[in-house]
Design a protein around this ligand. Structure first.
Ligand code: PLP
Length: 394
């Protein structure tokens, strides 16, 4: 039986990580994998998370099962963080999931429960896992234009033009902030235009928010999503705590489904519970419990916000330094978009050959589509990267 299995394509980013590890050169820079790293190249446990974990360890008296949707206190705390008061909580059904990926998968499953043939529209490019999950599920999807490769900005006219085929009952997947892989984001006005468009067509937005607080700030990063959710009858949201709480391996995420009215919520909530039951039964609790502790304790919350803000500012500082170094080396403002991009990633518009050349000649590891993780840099490696880009990219 197992002999019938076909080998699956290797994950490109994991492959890149291995190549980096195997590279014997001392001078090498890993800009591949999507985790935050500080100036020492470490992915630290955030202070508030460490304290909350200790408090949970000291106070927890049982490891018995929680509910199928996870702890309601987690759902409430994360719902408020993401949505603020933009939507009446009585309309929001929610279920904890294993990470943001679990929320994305369960969100697609939810759409499919509502409409077996749901057609999903995804940005081109998008986080590769969106496409691979949709393909795995056999769900029809269409990619819409999003990124202008020449200017490395959002091609908003192109986006709206290619969304013309969207119909009532389709789902449109949007990145809440810090678009992965490009770093190019919609402005609030553009979110408003998208909202009007969705209201007119009757398509359902599915917002994946995995980097809240990494772009312009916790509230600023959720502003587009909040506007959209407040104006439309239904919205699906997949939220991840992996990055902004630094709890990657704890697998902490939340799927939210906003119904048109309170009356629809029980069936939506029941469907979320049912979907968890079918896939893994009870969702992981440890990360969710720590995050809840941080969000509901004033001192821990303030400390977490403070540390997150420092993380955000450090990435912005690296962006500005890199853009400046490139301005000096290329005598042009061609790479200024790096300072305007937000979040952990920027796609810099280099060809696959140029990406390979930077790896071979300069030991710089970025994903083949020229996505680089800004957090993989520090103030000493920025000039090395700037030199490599200036000498390689045409
Ligand atoms: N969505 C996007 C756009 C992402 O970039 C990621 C992580 O890289 C996720 C969701 C999910 O992350 P996780 O499953 O680790 O919470």
């Amino acid at each position: 039986m197992l002999g019938n299995l076909k080998s699956q394509p290797a994950d490109k980013i994991l492959e890149l990580m291995q190549l980096y590890k195997d590279d014997p050169r001392e001078q090498k820079i890993d800009l591949g994998v999507g985790v935050y790293k500080n100036a020492k190249g470490e992915t630290p446990i955030m202070r508030a998370i460490k304290t909350a974990e200790k408090q949970v360890w000291e106070s927890q008296t049982s490891k018995s099962y929680v509910g199928l949707a996870g702890d309601p206190a987690f759902a409430a705390a994360l719902r408020d963080l993401v949505l603020g008061d933009s939507v009446d909580a009585g309309r929001v059904a929610a279920a904890a999931t294993p990470g943001g990926t679990g929320a994305v998968r369960q969100g697609f499953e939810l759409l499919r429960q509502a409409n077996r043939d749901v057609h999903v529209w995804v940005s081109s490019p998008t986080w590769p896992n969106h496409l691979s999950i949709l393909k795995f599920m056999g769900q029809p999807f269409t990619e819409y234009r999003y990124f202008d490769e020449a200017t490395c900005t959002v091609d908003f006219d192109g986006m709206m033009d290619s969304l013309k085929g969207v119909k009532a009952g389709d789902a449109v997947l949007l990145h809440g902030c810090c678009h992965n892989p490009t770093g190019a984001n919609l402005t609030l006005d553009q979110w408003k235009t998208v909202t009007e468009f969705l209201a007119k067509t009757g398509a359902v937005p599915f917002v994946d928010i995995a980097y809240q607080g990494f772009g312009d700030g916790l509230d600023e990063d959720a502003a587009g999503l909040r506007h959209l959710a407040s104006a439309l009858p239904e919205t699906i949201i997949a939220a991840s705590c992996s990055k902004n709480f630094g709890v990657y391996r704890e697998r902490t995420g939340l799927l939210m489904a906003i119904s048109e009215s309170d009356a629809d919520k029980p069936v939506t909530q029941g469907t979320l519970n049912y979907l968890n039951r079918q896939n893994y039964s009870f969702p992981p609790d440890h990360g969710a419990r720590i995050v809840t502790q941080v969000l509901t304790d004033d001192a821990l919350r303030a400390d977490w916000k403070d540390e997150l803000e420092n993380v955000r500012l450090s990435m912005l500082g690296l962006r500005e330094q890199l853009a400046k170094e490139l301005r000096e080396r290329t005598n042009s403002d061609r790479f200024d978009f790096i300072a305007r991009h937000r979040g952990m990633f920027s796609r810099i518009g280099a060809s696959p050959e140029e990406v390979l050349k930077m790896r071979e000649q300069f030991g710089i590891y970025m994903v083949g589509d020229s996505r680089m993780n800004i957090a993989g840099l520090n103030s000493e490696t920025v000039p090395l990267l700037a030199e490599a880009i200036a000498r390689t990219c045409k």
